[in-house]
Design a protein around this ligand. Structure first.
Ligand code: URA
Length: 435
């Protein structure tokens, strides 16, 4: 077998066998298939897609490219949640402690921000001392001790995806349904889960801009789970506008803490409870949505969810005093308000422009290797549907660098649309797919 034979066949619309895909992924992970060969293969797969057998073979080869987590010592049901990525999407941060406080083991394995989308790991690392870089034994021990762990993917878990994702990012081959689905599911299958809840984002700020594409992605993800007997529920949720009012890193932690304290913006709270409800039902802890929401609400009202977050922060080396003293989070040196250009109603706050503006401020990465500034970000004062007066602030920008502010401002101005009549807002939850 040679890489060039396989590339040529895929380029011409042919299909690859399970053995050929296994060979390709194994040899790419070890380095004997080169980046330039794999880049050509990815582009061929992007253009022609992968059929069902190819998709399963691709996912399985990635899954077995490294170690698998062994969490068999943990007796509680193990349920994770994964989002396909959005702007202001800090849901995992309040959700994981809320669900863990209800008795589910939550091995939350998250990623870093890239492009206009933020990453849970970057947000968590704004908590002084908090580390997300955990080896598999430490990951399992913290999960066993606290019922919850908030880590990144270790180097030995699905190494094929670590290489492939970086290559896709550099070759314009990220937004392919089979490549996204195999990337996400190989990592989730390596986690030894009993159930998985997926938040498939749809809209301006998501990889999948149309509901049809998002549905196809959700069905593909759930279909892979089914092939491995993993219970999967996918909710399709709106990502036309940022979720919540904060976009950045430290400011998103502060907003997550507000949700755990029983507050927080309505859209963020609704998505957190909807996903939490699915996690509790998958775990067998609640019979229906109403019962699940009651449990989640009780975990918040009693303070159990906040205590869980404090426990995991401490277990991962962080300073839990941030929960009562958000002033301990990194703070930008300067603030500037963006005034409303006219009186009226915000009809659109375009997630992609806000996300790119936050990235330009330094809150996100243009390239994988970029450093982020944890303190900078955007606070949305007027969300879609809300009324504004000309000259009043619609957004507040926290920044450390005038040059970066100058790059972010035009995008942020473009993100807000104001009209005299309020526009109807799309529902937050657009659909669901279940195994
Ligand atoms: N998230 C992933 O883990 N992989 C993708 O390909 C896209 C989003």
């Amino acid at each position: 077998m040679t890489a060039i034979d396989l590339i040529e066949r895929k380029r011409d619309g042919g299909r690859l066998s399970t053995a050929e895909i296994g060979w390709l992924i194994k040899n790419y992970t070890s380095g004997s298939v080169t980046d330039y060969q794999m880049a050509a293969m990815l582009m061929a797969a992007y253009i022609h897609g992968l059929d069902r057998a190819e998709l399963f073979a691709w996912t399985d080869a990635m899954l077995h490219s490294g170690d698998l987590l062994d969490l068999s010592a943990i007796k509680a049901p193990k349920i994770d949640k994964h989002s396909t990525g959005g702007v202001g999407d800090k849901v995992s941060i309040p959700l994981a402690p809320m669900v863990a406080a209800c008795g589910v083991a939550v091995p939350m394995m998250s990623g870093r921000g890239l492009g206009h989308t933020g990453g849970t790991l970057d947000k968590l690392e704004t908590i002084p001392g908090f580390t997300t870089n955990l080896d598999p034994n430490t990951f399992a021990r913290i999960l066993s001790d606290t019922g919850l762990v908030l880590g990144g993917q270790s180097k030995t878990l699905v190494p094929a995806d670590q290489k492939l994702y970086a290559l896709r990012d550099a070759t314009g081959t990220v937004p392919s349904i089979p490549l996204i689905a195999s990337s996400i599911m190989s990592k989730k299958l390596a986690e030894d889960l009993d159930g998985l809840v997926l938040d498939v984002k749809v809209g301006e700020g998501a990889f999948m801009e149309s509901p049809d594409q998002a549905l196809e992605l959700a069905e593909t993800l759930v279909g892979i789970g089914q092939a491995y007997d993993l219970k999967v529920v996918a909710l399709l949720t709106n990502m036309d506008a940022p979720l919540g009012r904060e976009v950045g890193n430290a400011n998103e932690i502060a907003e997550s803490i507000a949700v755990l304290a029983g507050g927080g913006p309505d859209d963020l709270v609704e998505i957190t409870y909807a996903l939490g409800s699915e996690m509790l039902q998958l775990a067998g802890m609640a019979q229906d949505d109403e019962a699940a929401r009651r449990l989640l609400r009780a975990a918040v009202d009693s303070g159990a969810a906040m205590e869980k977050f404090a426990a995991v922060i401490e277990a991962q080396g962080g300073d839990p005093r941030v929960l009562d003293h958000p002033g301990l989070l990194p703070k930008a040196r300067y603030q500037q308000e963006l005034p409303a250009s006219r009186t009226g109603y915000v009809t659109l706050c375009d997630a992609r422009n806000v996300g790119v503006a936050a990235m330009r401020l330094g809150a996100g990465r243009e390239r994988k290797e970029d450093e982020i500034d944890p303190a900078v970000g955007i606070s949305i004062v007027a969300k879609p549907g809300e009324q504004v007066d000309e000259g009043q602030p619609i957004a507040r920008i926290s920044f450390n660098d005038e040059g970066r502010l100058a790059m972010a401002l035009p995008l942020l101005k473009r993100a807000f649309h104001i009209a005299s009549i309020p526009a109807g807002q799309p529902p937050l939850i657009l659909g669901e797919v279940r195994s």
